[in-house]
Design a protein around this ligand. Structure first.
Ligand code: 7TS
Length: 411
């Protein structure tokens, strides 16, 4: 029987990504830094270019031809996002700059309105800084408390601890769907089920999940879901906040300006309806059309096939890397997305990153904006290879031989 991955033509996919054919340091580029940002297919580049060459205009204000075209493209992009994550309605899709801005929006609006002195916000020990710092700032302002669910040695949430933490004072839970630093895929449905019992809303940071897993916000049962366009083959500067209508409707706007109002006088301003209430000012219209092109591309390719291929890359890389002398993988959860974080005894991750780069291999080194994760595993930093559906086992071989050279150099 053929599996999804068998019918996946990675070489054909690579043809769609112009940058993958360039060289760096006179070596073919091997791009394994996809958790930081992904490369863009021609279809996305063309969509952005077509927007600027054919319909560029401001939205929601002109009655002229181009403005109507641009408005239509922007609102169609919203529907594409809605269907992609199976949100109940397009009004629950707010365009933002990215995951970071989406979380800050919820912290500023929902947080300021609903969290007070002595209240508690729960995050996990594997969060990216952007799902820690906005909550810390809010806690500081409101004299609330940030509680952290510990993770085990594999890098998985310890549910017994979470259960103990969840109480009358808990006002919000903010967890990542997939860890950028160690690749763990969290059991979001289990978290939302427990939260629902306690009557607490859940925000899910989907930055590292949407490119790899089929995301269905209704099935997940979350109240907010955020992700960045640039991590799913779309442009930078555009991202998405999904929120349950019931919550979004009660939340105050977080930025004031054009487009988010129905009427303004110096005595009283009436705010616009959803989703515009949260989209003050001219948005990234071209970015939204590029994001829609990216999501269409992913949907056409099929997330099942994408994740099948990526899981093969993950097992191949894990197996090959573990053969290297002194190499240890950080993050060994049962369910992982295509991220491998590792340390090599006696060699600083920054040296590994710099030397790998000379071989054309792009990996990220450092704390990955998840310093508490580094602390948890008692390492100052790691090297991280993160895969996308356009990567090949051949590229992993190039990474492995680059690492062999480095280990040899330092021995
Ligand atoms: N949340 C997670 C889980 C992330 O991985 C990132 C970015 C963010 C939030 C922030 O996304 P942004 O688009 O708003 O910046 N992660 C990474 C990374 O792993 N390497 O560079 C950026």
């Amino acid at each position: 029987m053929k599996t999804a991955a068998d019918t996946f033509d990675v070489m054909k996919i690579r043809e769609d990504f112009p940058i993958l054919h360039r060289e760096v340091h006179r070596k073919p580029l091997v791009y394994l830094d996809n958790a930081a940002t992904t490369q863009k297919p021609r279809q996305v580049i063309d969509a952005v270019s077509a927007y600027y060459s054919e319909i560029n205009s401001n939205i929601h204000r002109g009655v002229h031809y181009l403005s109507e075209k641009a408005t239509h493209a922007y609102e169609e992009a919203r529907k594409t996002v809605q269907h992609f994550i199976n949100a109940p309605s397009p009004e629950e899709i707010i365009f933002v700059r990215g995951t970071t801005e989406g979380i800050n929006l919820v912290a500023s609006s929902y947080g300021r309105q609903n969290i007070g002195e002595g209240d508690e916000i729960i995050v996990s020990a594997m969060e990216h800084h952007s799902n820690i710092v906005p909550w810390q700032m809010l806690c500081e302002e409101k004299k609330a408390k940030l509680c952290v669910i510990p993770i085990n040695d594999e890098g998985e949430i310890i549910f017994e601890e979470f259960e103990k933490m969840l109480g009358k004072r808990t006002k919000l839970i903010a967890v990542t769907h997939v860890s950028n630093a160690i690749g763990t895929v969290n059991e979001i449905k289990k978290i939302t089920a427990m939260a629902q019992q306690a009557g607490v809303p859940v925000l899910v940071d989907g930055a590292q999940a949407v490119p790899h897993l089929k995301t269905d916000v209704q099935n997940l049962g979350c109240d907010f879901y955020v992700f960045s366009g640039h991590k799913i083959y779309g442009p930078t500067g555009i991202g998405v906040l999904y929120g349950r209508r019931k919550l979004l409707e009660r939340m105050p706007p977080w930025q004031g300006g054009g487009d988010m109002i129905l009427s303004v006088t110096f005595d009283k301003t009436v705010f616009n309806a959803l989703p515009y209430k949260f989209e003050a000012g001219t948005p990234h219209i071209a970015g939204a059309t590029g994001l829609a092109a990216a999501l269409d591309y992913v949907s056409r390719t099929g997330l099942e096939k994408i994740s099948g291929h990526e899981q093969q890359l993950l097992s191949y890389a894990t197996e090959k890397l573990l053969l290297l002398k002194g190499l240890r993988i950080i993050g060994t959860a049962k369910h992982k997305a295509a991220v491998v974080s590792f340390v090599i005894e006696g060699i600083h991750p920054h040296d590994i990153g710099t030397l790998a780069d000379r071989e054309g291999v792009a990996i990220r080194t450092g704390h990955h904006c998840a310093q508490p994760v580094m602390e948890r595993f008692h390492v100052p930093a790691t090297s991280r290879a993160s895969f996308a559906f356009y990567n090949t086992t051949g590229e992993i071989d190039v990474l492995v031989s680059a690492l062999e050279k480095i280990i040899h150099l330092f021995s």
